[in-house]
Design a protein around this ligand. Structure first.
Ligand code: FAD
Length: 294
């Protein structure tokens, strides 16, 4: 499945996608199986599998791709993070994806693993995702996607420069972009305006990160630089701090409202970071479908 074909086929309907990662350990694997069984009934257009930077979770990613395709019958997009890989490694991974019947690869640079004090990046690994896109495009007949950042990437020199690199991804062969998540839709709307001004014409799909727990929200935001808005902060501050159920409920309501706002502005899709969980995402989608927005 090529994501570009989905955009063609469903011109007037948003594309729904779910992101999963390799489970770490037996308990996590059992939990993921349960989540997958629930999310299969939600019927996304495609699912994606993240790739551990540094090659740490490469085999796990391949196994999960195979499982999602053969056991669950999902259309699967494979992610590829390049930071620990040289050109030969990239080709080896692409050949493996090819063998698994993958037709769309989402290409990211990746980040050096912070838990490895002595992490040594591959001497020949490509510096930027755009270099990988160009390298892969020349060698493989696949649909390629890339990441974009409505608030600017955390290491970006400036928002304008960062945007120009998103455009470079398009110019070198990326056929769609998925935007990093945000908690204020205005970031995305402003970003889309700037994309238009600079000539980005490929579909840009907003990433959606439901608030699963306060701790997870804070830790992810500190890694990627997403702004935790006053609306989120104030909403959460009204809840008893140890009431996990109330936080998850708040997250579902907040994210449902956020998706309503995006859908009413005609976004091309919604890409959910599931964190290998099913409850919040399935509830959000059920509500939006009930309202005829999906
Ligand atoms: C939807 C999504 C999925 C993701 N999936 C994964 C995953 O599976 N595995 C994983 O490890 N990580 C993943 N990430 C995280 C990603 O690897 C990090 O955000 C990483 O820090 C940047 O990746 P990138 O591909 O955007 O990098 P790049 O586009 O290479 O950008 C990295 C930095 O370099 C700058 N830059 C880009 N191009 C140039 C250039 N030509 N010249 C100078 N500066 C440049 C940018 O402004 C930016 O600051 C994902 C991110 C998103 C949004």
């Amino acid at each position: 499945m090529r994501v570009t074909d989905l955009f063609e086929e469903k011109r007037d309907k948003p594309i729904i996608s779910f992101e999963f990662s390799r489970p770490k350990g037996e308990k996590a694997a059992a939990k993921l199986d349960k989540a997958l069984a629930t999310l299969k009934t939600v019927n996304p257009d495609y699912v994606s599998v993240t790739f551990g930077a540094g090659g740490s979770t490469r085999d796990g990613s391949f196994e999960l791709i195979e499982k999602l395709k053969t056991e669950f019958g999902f259309c699967v997009v494979a992610y590829l993070a390049g930071i620990g890989l040289g050109p030969d490694d990239l080709c080896a991974v692409m050949d493996r994806f090819n063998g698994l019947g993958i037709e769309t690869v989402f290409v990211v640079r990746g980040d050096a693993p912070t838990w490895e004090e002595t992490y040594d990046p591959h001497p020949e690994s490509m510096k930027y995702a755009s270099d990988m896109i160009s390298f892969i495009k020349e060698r493989y007949d696949v649909c390629l996607g890339g990441a974009a950042y409505p608030e600017g990437h955390i290491q970006a020199e400036s928002k304008d420069k960062d945007l120009s690199y998103a455009k470079l991804k398009q110019d070198l062969g990326a056929e769609y972009l998925v935007a990093q998540y945000f908690y204020d839709n205005q970031y995305f709307f402003d970003f889309m305006e700037r994309c238009q001004q600079i000539g980005i014409t490929v579909p840009v799909v907003p990433g959606i990160m439901p608030i699963y727990s306060v701790k997870l929200m804070a830790s992810l935001a500190s890694i990627c630089g997403a702004t935790i808005t006053d609306q989120v902060r104030n909403g959460l501050s009204e809840l008893p701090s140890d009431d996990k159920k109330a936080v998850s409920q708040f997250g579902i309501q907040f994210t449902t409202e956020q998706c309503r706002g995006l859908l009413r502005r005609g976004v091309r899709g919604l890409h959910f970071y599931t964190m290998n969980r099913a409850k919040s995402v399935s509830k959000i989608i059920e509500t939006l479908r009930g309202e005829g927005l999906l």
